[in-house]
Design a protein around this ligand. Structure first.
Ligand SMILES: Cc1cc2nc3c(=O)[nH]c(=O)nc-3n(C[C@H](O)[C@H](O)[C@H](O)COP(=O)(O)O)c2cc1C
Length: 179
């Protein structure tokens, strides 16, 4: 595990080797095992390989063209209905102040990190992207307004360029007993 954690880095250039579908299933399987508050498991994952859909996703994602070098996108969606049961209209976006939105984003983010680490573990590379608005992203994939897209993860085989990001030192982030 520590090997995968230490070697994972955001990859923004992929070669054109296709990704095996059983490997994609392994990624979703790793997400499925993630912890979540009250075991609500608010996550859903849309696997996107269609070039037209990918292109639309890239455009609303601040037109990050490097994304198109990745053969697969995993669109990670949080569903608030696991926490709000009453039958009322809900429109989720960045300005929504429902406390449950924070909870479903938190839990789905954990599942996404499982995906990033399992990708590294099985020889794939990835990058979490989230430079988009809900209003523009959701309609591309017919995602209902009561769902929240937490991230679009690019998945593929790295072209082996790109340096690891610098990380804060252990001493600078750790405290003992009290702040
Ligand atoms: C919530 C989130 C959103 C991100 N969005 C983007 C993005 O839109 N584009 C991008 O190139 N990288 C994005 N990243 C990747 C970060 O830039 C990257 O994780 C950070 O620089 C540390 O590098 P590392 O992942 O290689 O450790 C995002 C990461 C997270 C966790």
């Amino acid at each position: 595990m520590i090997k995968a954690i230490a070697s994972r880095k955001s990859t923004r250039k992929y070669n054109n080797t296709p990704v095996e579908s059983n490997k994609i299933l392994s990624l979703i399987e790793s997400a499925r095992m993630a912890p979540s508050g009250s075991n609500t498991q608010p996550w859903h994952f849309i696997i996107v390989t269609n070039n037209e859909i990918k292109d639309q996703i890239v455009k609303v994602n601040n037109n990050q063209q490097w994304m198109n070098t990745a053969p697969v996108f995993i669109v990670c969606v949080a569903d608030i209905r696991c926490r709000i049961k009453e039958d009322k209209d809900i429109y989720l976006d960045e300005n929504c102040d429902l406390p449950e939105l924070k909870q479903i984003i938190r839990d789905t983010a954990i599942a996404i990190e499982h995906i990033l680490l399992e990708a590294e573990n099985i020889g794939l590379s990835s990058c979490w992207t989230a430079w988009f608005s809900q209003t523009e992203m959701r309609p591309i994939m017919n995602i209902p307004n009561d769902k929240y897209v937490v991230g679009v993860i690019t998945i593929g085989y790295s072209d082996n360029s790109g340096k690891p990001a610098s990380k804060k030192s252990l001493e600078s982030i750790i405290r003992y007993e009290k702040w």
